[in-house]
Design a protein around this ligand. Structure first.
Ligand code: EPZ
Length: 420
């Protein structure tokens, strides 16, 4: 197992965002909707992407990964089972369920199980697929289903008490592309990763209106064909770099930024006092000397993303006053708080709220990464803390950030990967 050793650093220079992990994963699952070859560019080589590749190989796909391009072919031998040993390591694997039911008319996909960021049910995925005519039961920890006569288009409402479900929308949308007749998905997630999935499905021949909107209309097709696609830049990686720039008070230039995917995050950085300049897809950020405290509420897109809540907590720990974070998507996603307190941060947490009192300095400690985004937050905390910070269990970070420590090192960060 590896760990990071991080020291207080000032960053400077230019860095490029990689392709989006959360776009790549459902797009890879969507290739199950055809037997033809698909080519996907700008895919980050991450352990989550490798896990999805293993699941697809298990289901009869042959995958070539070269540079950042994935070529996904079909083999003769087909399977319809996504086993627990693979699904439990990555919840996004559950979105093979919709494509399998639509194309192979049966599926046996393990339920993902517990998750460190809180309760993450899949009831909306299941409800939506049942409304498209799938027969689904839960048996021995698996979601087992078939659709003898094929799926049938319907009006599906995907709203929950929190808003909509991103992967739930992906699952139902993919299934609807091969259903008979028309499907209307109401309260679909508007995240850019869903819009990217829609754009890939259209290249495969799907008839879809909407995407990145709360209403998506799909006219089912008899079959879809192979397609070539380039995945969007990773907005969460961009946001993580912005949080690092703010916390270390270092000016940075970030390339490959899609500004419309980042509005709430850029707005938040501005409210904290940063000067931002966007030219084409290049963002220049100039943080203030004194960070202003702000209140952040995580919400579905275009609101502030839950996937950046932990990272933005670090500049708030150093801001000139008191900030409030309200976590509306995953109310228990605060595992990083206890570790940050050990580094001198003044945070009190109550339910979905974290009250952060800005402090002058934080100090290094030995800390434990608990999930992907919390790991990134601890890295940023290490970059602003006096002395040495050792971050254990960084395999979480390797699931979702492409060469983050190399990118930070190129910007001048003192960060090294060592054996734990
Ligand atoms: C996606 O997960 C992302 N994962 C998550 O990113 C992200 O945090 C999340 O969306 C929210 O933006 C991928 O794209 C691979 P949801 P997803 O279903 O789709 C509740 C990261 O760090 N819900 O939109 O699984 C759920 O409990 C990861 O990269 C139900 O109640 O999230 C939560 O409160 C972590 N029933 C809310 O919806 C359901 O059937 C949003 O979850 C499904 C979800």
């Amino acid at each position: 197992m590896d760990k990071f050793v991080v020291y207080k650093s000032i960053l400077k220079g230019q860095v490029s965002a990689s392709g989006s992990k959360n776009s790549s994963l459902p797009i890879m699952a969507a290739t199950l909707l055809t037997d033809e070859t698909c080519v996907i560019h700008n895919v980050p080589d991450l352990s989550d992407v490798r896990t999805m590749a293993r699941i697809l190989e298990n289901l009869g796909k042959k995958i070539e990964f070269s540079g950042h391009t994935l070529r996904i072919h079909s083999r003769r031998q087909r399977n319809y089972v996504a086993p627990y040993r693979l699904v439990r390591t990555m919840r996004a694997s559950f979105c093979v369920l919709g494509p399998l039911l639509a194309k192979r008319k049966k599926a046996k996909v393990s339920l993902p199980g517990g998750c460190v960021i809180g309760s993450r049910p899949v009831d909306l995925h299941i409800k939506g697929l049942i409304q498209l005519g799938a027969h689904l039961i839960i048996e021995n920890g698996y979601c087992v289903g078939h659709t003898a006569a094929g799926l049938i288009g319907n009006h599906v409402f995907l709203g929950g008490h929190f808003g909509s479900s991103v992967l739930g929308t992906g699952n139902v949308l993919m299934a609807a592309t091969l259903a008979k007749g028309e499907t209307l998905i109401e309260y679909s997630a508007c995240e850019p990763e869903i819009a990217d999935l829609v754009s890939f499905l259209k290249k495969m021949g799907a008839d879809i209106q909407g995407g990145g909107t709360q209403l998506i209309k799909v006219k089912g097709k008899k079959e879809l064909h192979g397609a070539e696609h380039t995945v969007i830049p990773d907005r969460i990686e961009v946001g993580t770099l912005i949080a690092a720039s703010l916390a270390t008070r270092s000016p940075l230039t970030i390339k490959n930024v899609h500004p419309l995917h980042m509005t709430s995050v850029l707005e938040c950085a501005r409210r904290m006092g940063a000067q931002l300049r966007m030219k084409k897809n290049i963002l220049t950020i100039r943080p203030p000397r004194k960070l202003r405290p702000v209140n952040i509420t995580t919400l579905p897109f275009p609101g502030f993303p839950t996937d950046l809540q932990a990272q933005f907590m670090i500049p708030l720990c150093l801001a000139d006053g008191v900030s409030l974070i309200t976590e509306k998507i995953f109310p228990d996603r605060f595992m990083h708080v206890a570790e940050l307190q050990r580094m001198g941060a003044k945070i009190s947490r109550s339910g979905p709220y974290a009250i952060i009192e800005g402090t002058r300095s934080m100090y290094g400690a030995e800390v434990m990464a608990s999930d992907l985004r919390a790991s990134a937050a601890l890295v940023i905390a290490g970059l602003v803390s006096q002395g040495k910070t050792e971050i254990l269990r960084i395999y979480h970070l390797d699931r979702g950030y492409y060469k983050l420590e190399e990118k930070l090192r190129q910007l001048g960060a003192r960060i090294n990967r060592e054996k734990q």
